[in-house]
Write a protein that binds this ligand. Structure first.
Ligand code: XIL
Length: 365
């Protein structure tokens, strides 16, 4: 019988690409690659990807053309790294790291302490745990395994949720219920201990748009970060996920600018970690949808890249090819969602042009 580890490694193996094929032109039919444009401004551009995506050669070429950094969309979440308690396996991310190394890409770590994408055993185990080692041991294992090799790490993900009704707006997660608010500091301290040189990121969503809930989220995140800095907790950057919606919500440029200025004033860096634009609620006609998606990206990036603390921009996936319609009805009416720089056929979308323009306008840092 083949071992679980060997099976995972086989699953993770990405086909090799020949030397000639690895030449990465910085010019495309649509002008400079996003990687080159971003690089000229001192910004890293890239996308989330996964081993199964990189088994499609046409996609891999497109990714190598535009990306200078990748992040695993699935492989480094605890449901996949530790499906059985105590049996930690990083081989799927190792394969991505190897791909990144062979092609001169940077790679980020996502994510260590989150309330979601966990194995089913974790929540009851946390409730019953004698102490914090249930997450500090995991943080240390991952950070030591990749010490010196990750561009940055999302240590704690999505710890804010004002709707949960707490005065500090912290999410009422199983982490918080067991350990109280200090679990966040503890995770960052364990991370620094395991890899002292790593850039440690607090990553969250819902910080870009209009509305009272976004106001509350911005306030809460700022307070959380300022508190951590005051306590000497080694947080190095804010990860702004950048999940937008073209037809149902709107970027608040003024409030986003003020918020990012405050983040910059704390001395933290800013990374845009998961940008995409949900085209739900739009018309069937994709030309209109594409325009609205590109407009949302532009409204967002004109502000977010104007801040000179913003050092990276990653989209959550590079091509619509791997997105799933929400329902059969959606599939029949509208087809694959259009949310990313390349469509399902790997043709550039107006969103990619919007990213290119925003990068061109960004001041060098
Ligand atoms: C999502 C993936 O895209 C999904 O396919 C997966 O099932 C769940 O996670 N915030 C994050 C990301 O930090 O990890 C999430 O990714 C999207 C929201």
């Amino acid at each position: 019988m083949i071992s679980r580890r060997a099976a995972l490694a086989a699953l993770a193996a990405i086909p090799a690409i020949g030397l000639a094929e690895t030449l990465r032109p910085s010019l495309t039919n649509d002008g400079p690659s996003l990687r080159a444009l971003a690089g000229s401004r001192g910004i890293a551009f890239g996308a989330a990807t996964a081993n199964f995506e990189l088994r499609q050669r046409d996609f891999t070429f497109a990714l190598l053309r535009d990306c200078g950094i990748i992040v695993p969309e699935y492989e480094l979440k605890r449901d996949l790294t530790e499906p059985v308690q105590g049996q930690i396996d990083f081989s799927a991310t190792d394969a991505l790291l190897d791909f990144a190394r062979r092609h001169g890409l940077l790679i980020r770590g996502h994510t260590l302490v989150w309330y979601a994408s966990n194995p089913p055993w974790l929540e009851p185990a946390v409730a019953a745990a004698p102490d914090e080692r249930i997450f500090t041991d995991y943080v240390r294992a991952a950070m030591r395994h990749y010490a010196g090799r990750m561009h940055s790490w999302d240590v704690v993900n999505e710890a804010i949720q004002p709707q949960d009704g707490r005065a500090d707006a912290l999410r009422d997660s199983f982490w918080l219920r067991k350990f109280g608010p200090s679990y966040i500091d503890t995770a960052f301290l364990a991370a620094r201990d395991a890899d002292p040189s790593a850039l440690l990121v607090y990553n969250d969503y819902g910080l870009e748009e209009e509305g009272a809930i976004h106001d509350q989220r911005r306030r809460a995140v700022l307070k959380l970060l300022e508190g951590m800095i005051a306590r000497g907790v080694p947080v190095g950057a804010l990860g702004l996920q950048g999940h937008l919606a073209a037809f149902t919500r709107k970027v608040d440029q003024r409030k986003l600018e003020a918020f990012l200025n405050e983040v910059r004033a704390t001395g933290l860096r800013i990374l845009i970690t998961e940008h995409d634009v949900d085209d739900g609620g739009g018309p069937v006609d994709f030309i209109t949808r594409d325009r609205a998606v590109a407009d949302a990206t532009r409204r967002f990036l004109d502000v977010a890249l104007d801040n000179r603390s913003t050092m990276a921009l990653l989209t959550w996936g590079l091509s619509d090819r791997f997105l799933k319609p929400e329902s059969m009805r959606e599939q029949l009416l509208r087809g694959t969602p259009r949310s990313l720089p390349l469509d399902a056929a790997l043709q550039t979308t107006p969103m990619r042009a919007a990213i290119a323009d925003a990068l061109r306008n960004a001041r060098p840092r």
